[in-house]
Design a protein. Structure first.
Length: 579
C-alpha cells in the first residue's frame, strides 16, 4: 500500500469513528427527547386535565354545576377523552363521562349530587394516579436510557481518543523517521562516504526510495573507486610540475589550511613539507616571520634572505573559485632578484650620468651668462638668438637631469625629506613667483585662493614647492592664451590641507587618467612644446606619498583638468596623527 493510500485509510478510519460517535450521540439524544415528549404529551396533560376538572368540582361544593362550570368540565373531559395513553385509562374515562352526564340531569336530588361528586372525584383521582405511575415508569426508562447512552458514548469516545492518540504519536514518526535517516545518509554521502544504505522494510514509496538511494550510493562508490587511481596519478603529476617550478607556491583552502607547498616554498619558509601540509597557516605564522608576512602584509615586493644571500620576490595571490564561490587561494612568490639587480644598475647609472651632467650644464649656463654681458663683447641679433636657443636647451637639460636625479633617489630609497612646519601661503607664494614670468609670457592669469587663517602644514618645503611648481607649469603649458589657472588651497577632511591646480585646456581622456602618474608616460596628442620627460608627475606622486599625502587628478575632454594633493595639517591632533 502506498503512503497516499495509508494516509487515506488512516484519516478515513478516524472519520468513521467520529461518525459513529456522533451517530450514537444523536440516536440516544433522540430517544431521550422522545421519552420526555411522551411524558409531557401523554401523562402530564392528563394530570392537568383531571386537575382542572377537580378544581371545578371544588368550586361547585356538592351543588349542581353552573353553566360555565359545566362548560369547563366538559371541555377538559373532551380533551382527556382524546388523550387516552395508558392501559385502563379508557374505562375510567368512560365512567367519568357517564357520571358527568348523570350530574348534569336536573332531576337529581342533593343526595344524588353529593354521591356523584364523590364518585367523580374518585374517578379523577384514579385517572391521575394511573398517569402519575406512568410518569414514574417513563422517568425511570428515560434515566436508564440516559445512563446507557452515557456509558456507550463514553466507551466509544475513549476508543476514538486512544486510536487518535496512537495515530498522532506513531504516524508522524512513520513519516519523519525515514526522512531523518535519509537526511543523515545524504550528509554522509556529501562528505564522500559512499558506503551508505537505507533499510526501509515497506512496500510503499519509502521502500522505493531506499532502493533508489542504495543504487545511487553503489554507483557512486563504483565511480569513486574507478577514478581514484587516475586522480592519484593526476595529483602526483601536478605535484611534480609544481615542485619543478622555480617560483615558491603555497596552496591554502578556504579555512586557511595549507594544502600543498613546493620545494622552493619549503626552502624559503625553512620547514619541510610534512610540517606544512594539513596545518593551519596562522598557527605556523605565529612562529615563522616569512609566512606571517605572506598572510598579513600586502607588499607586492619582498626581500628575503635565503641560501646565504638576499633575494627579491614579488607576491601574487590567486583566488581559487568554484561556481562563483572562493574555495581557496594560491600564493606565488616569483624570484626577481636578477631583474632587481638590473634595475638597481640602471638606477645607479642614471644617477651617475645625471650627476656628472649637472656640472658641465651649469658651466654652459655660466658661459652663456658671460656671453650675454656686454663687457665681454657685443653680439649681433643672429648670435643672440643662438645664445637664447642654447640657454633654453641648457635649461631643459638641467631640468631633465634634475628629474632623473630625483627619480634615482626615489628608486634607491635615498629620498631625503626635511619635515617642518610651514604655512600653505609660503608654498603657494614661492611657486607663483617662480612661474610668474612664464605665465605672463603666455598671458595666463594665475587665480590664487589661499586663506591666511589656514593652519600650518607638516611637510618638506622644497619637495612640496617642487610638486606645486610642476603642477602649475603643466597647467600653464596646457592652457590657452589669455586663459585662467585656478590655484586653490582649502581645508579637507581627515585633518588635511588640499592644494589644487585647475586649468581650462582641452582636458585628458578618461582612458589615460589611470596612467597619468606612471613614469615616462605621456598623454598622446600633446604638442612638442607641451610634452616633457614623463617623469614630473611620477616624481610628484612619490614626493607627496612620502609625506603621507595623496595626489590625484580629475579631468574631462573639453573641460580642462584639476590636479590636487593633500598634506597633513598641524593643530587639533593632526601632527600627532601624521607622525
Amino acid at each position: 500500500m502506498t503512503i497516499k493510500n495509508k494516509l487515506r485509510a488512516g484519516i478515513s478510519f478516524l472519520f468513521l469513528l467520529a461518525l459513529i460517535s456522533c451517530g450514537l450521540s444523536i440516536y440516544f439524544l433522540n430517544r431521550l427527547s422522545a421519552d420526555a415528549r411522551a411524558i409531557l404529551k401523554d401523562n402530564y396533560k392528563t394530570v392537568q386535565f383531571t386537575k382542572n376538572m377537580g378544581s371545578v368540582l371544588e368550586l361547585a361544593q356538592s351543588a349542581p354545576l353552573s353553566q360555565q362550570q359545566a362548560a369547563i368540565f366538559n371541555d377538559n373531559l373532551v380533551k382527556q377523552e382524546h388523550n387516552i395513553t395508558e392501559h385502563g385509562e379508557r374505562q375510567l374515562t368512560d365512567s367519568l363521562r357517564s357520571k358527568y352526564e348523570q350530574l348534569t340531569l336536573k332531576r337529581n336530588s342533593p343526595a344524588n349530587i353529593m354521591e356523584l361528586h364523590s364518585d367523580i372525584k374518585k374517578l379523577l383521582y384514579d385517572i391521575m394516579q394511573l398517569n402519575m405511575n406512568a410518569i414514574e415508569s417513563k422517568y425511570a426508562t428515560a434515566n436508564a436510557t440516559a445512563d446507557h447512552a452515557t456509558m456507550l458514548v463514553a466507551f466509544t469516545g475513549s476508543i476514538l481518543f486512544l486510536v487518535a492518540f496512537s495515530f498522532v504519536v506513531n504516524f508522524p514518526g512513520y513519516i519523519a523517521n525515514p526522512i531523518k535517516e535519509l537526511t543523515e545518509r545524504i550528509k554522509a554521502v556529501s562528505n564522500r562516504d559512499y558506503h551508505q544504505e537505507l533499510n526501509f522494510e515497506s512496500n510503499d514509496e519509502f521502500g522505493e526510495l531506499a532502493t533508489a538511494f542504495n543504487n545511487m550510493t553503489a554507483k557512486l562508490n563504483e565511480y569513486e573507486s574507478s577514478n581514484l587511481a587516475s586522480i592519484l596519478f593526476e595529483k602526483k603529476r601536478i605535484e611534480t610540475i609544481i615542485n619543478s617550478m622555480h617560483d615558491a607556491i603555497i596552496g591554502l583552502d578556504e579555512k586557511s589550511f595549507i594544502i600543498f607547498a613546493n620545494e622552493v616554498a619549503c626552502t624559503l619558509i625553512g620547514l619541510p613539507e610534512q610540517q606544512l601540509t594539513g596545518r593551519y597557516a596562522p598557527d605556523i605564522a605565529m612562529e615563522n616571520d616569512l609566512l606571517r608576512n605572506l598572510l598579513v602584509n600586502n607588499q607586492p615586493k619582498m626581500k628575503i634572505y635565503a641560501d646565504n644571500r638576499e633575494s627579491f620576490y614579488t607576491k601574487e595571490v590567486l583566488a581559487v573559485t568554484s561556481k562563483d564561490k572562493v574555495v581557496g587561494s594560491v600564493i606565488i612568490l616569483k624570484n626577481i632578484t636578477e631583474y632587481q639587480q638590473l634595475d638597481e644598475a640602471k638606477t645607479n647609472f642614471i644617477a651617475t650620468i645625471s650627476h656628472e651632467l649637472k656640472t658641465p650644464i651649469s658651466s654652459i649656463k655660466m658661459s652663456l651668462k658671460l656671453l650675454e654681458d656686454d663687457r665681454i663683447g657685443e653680439v649681433n641679433s643672429e648670435q643672440r638668438q643662438l645664445l637664447e636657443n642654447i640657454e633654453e636647451d641648457a635649461r631643459r637639460l638641467l631640468q631633465i637631469t634634475g628629474e632623473l636625479l630625483d627619480m634615482a633617489q626615489v628608486e634607491t630609497g635615498k629620498l631625503q625629506l626635511n619635515f617642518g612646519s610651514t604655512h600653505p601661503h609660503n608654498i603657494v607664494d614661492y611657486a607663483v613667483k617662480a612661474l610668474k614670468t612664464t605665465a605672463e609670457q603666455k598671458q595666463v592669469t594665475l587665480n590664487v585662493e589661499c586663506d591666511e587663517t589656514l593652519p600650518d602644514v607638516h611637510a618638506d618645503l622644497d619637495k612640496t614647492t617642487w610638486v606645486l611648481i610642476n603642477l602649475l607649469s603643466n597647467a600653464i603649458k596646457y592652457s590657452h592664451e589669455k586663459s585662467v589657472v585656478d590655484l586653490v588651497v582649502k581645508k579637507s577632511k581627515n585633518n588635511e590641507i588640499e592644494f589644487s591646480v585647475r586649468d581650462h585646456g582641452r582636458g585628458i581622456d578618461q582612458r589615460y587618467l589611470s596612467r597619468i602618474f606612471e613614469r615616462y608616460f605621456k598623454v598622446p596628442g600633446a604638442t612638442t612644446e607641451q610634452t616633457g620627460t614623463g617623469l614630473g608627475l611620477a616624481i610628484a606622486k612619490d614626493f607627496i606619498e612620502a609625506q603621507a599625502g595623496k595626489i590625484g587628478v580629475e579631468s574631462e575632454i573639453g573641460d580642462g583638468s584639476r590636479f590636487y594633493f593633500t598634506l597633513k595639517r598641524i593643530g587639533n591632533g593632526a601632527l600627532a596623527n601624521a607622525s
